[in-house]
Design a protein around this ligand. Structure first.
Ligand SMILES: Nc1ncnc2c1ncn2[C@@H]1O[C@H](COP(=O)(O)OP(=O)(O)OP(=O)(O)O)[C@@H](O)[C@H]1O
Ligand SMILES: C[C@@](O)(CCOP(=O)(O)O)CC(=O)O
Length: 209
């Protein structure tokens, strides 16, 4: 059994390619639910922390959306995979340690082994969400194809073989995020207050592209 502050009521496991908007969308969800109810857990958090310490790097830059982390991405992937080969749940366990909110939003699943860990630990609570954006949009957000990264498991491990509970299209010409996120926010609201019959939509303000 894991060393946990408490069991979550709902675990939303997000995945998506680089610059699809994983951080943007998961931040919106956390902001809507509030940080007392919802926490964002990044599997790459403990990985980047340890990698930054070992290599004398700037952790905030590695965690941020800018270009700094891209110089180290291929090596970080290799570094993390060495640990995952020994223990596929290594980063999942570290990332979830101490989480106390009832709704967990895991922002960056990348491999089937990540989903399997959550399904196995929290079979009742786990739901999987895919975020997708076109290559054109991802390029506008700073993405460019990198061999060894964009064609490797880190980016392609969940491209097929998974039935996602929801797929969110994060594009200017897609339905609004407000509309697409409504069922997820509703499930989260109900998970926290099972007797609540009111729709969460009334508390959702406009979510802009
Ligand atoms: N719907 C949106 N409206 C406006 N800006 C957005 C939207 N989605 C994403 N962005 C912006 O695009 C950039 C990339 O988004 P984000 O960092 O969330 O992607 P990511 O999938 O977490 O990327 P990576 O894994 O490559 O770090 C950020 O600057 C973010 O603010
Ligand atoms: C090294 C790695 O964790 C980097 C993730 O960075 P980001 O979530 O895209 O900011 C990717 C991986 O674990 O394969």
């Amino acid at each position: 059994m894991e060393d946990r502050a408490s069991e979550p009521e709902l675990v939303l496991v997000f995945s998506g390619k680089r610059k699809s908007g994983k951080d943007y969308v998961t931040n919106l969800i956390r902001d809507r639910l509030g940080s007392e109810v919802c926490c964002i857990l990044r599997l790459s958090g403990p990985l980047k922390l340890q990698y930054a310490q070992e290599h004398g790097l700037d952790l905030d830059e590695l965690l941020g959306p800018g270009p700094y982390k891209e110089q180290y991405r291929a090596d970080m992937i290799q570094w993390g995979e060495t640990r995952r080969r020994q223990d596929p749940g290594f980063f999942c366990r570290l990332a979830t340690r101490g989480a106390r909110q009832p709704v967990w939003v895991v922002s960056d699943a990348r491999r089937l082994s990540d989903l399997q860990w959550f399904w196995s630990e929290f079979p009742r609570q786990t739901r999987c969400v895919r975020i997708q954006s076109s290559e054109k949009t991802r390029k506008q957000r700073g993405w460019s194809f990198t061999a060894g990264v964009d064609d490797a498991e880190s980016e392609c491990g969940l491209d097929s073989g998974v039935e996602f509970d929801w797929v969110i299209t994060n594009e200017a010409d897609a339905p609004s995020l407000e509309e697409q996120l409504e069922p997820i926010l509703k499930m989260a609201t109900e998970a926290v207050s099972p007797s609540s019959s009111s729709s969460s939509s009334s508390s959702i303000n406009a979510l802009n592209h």
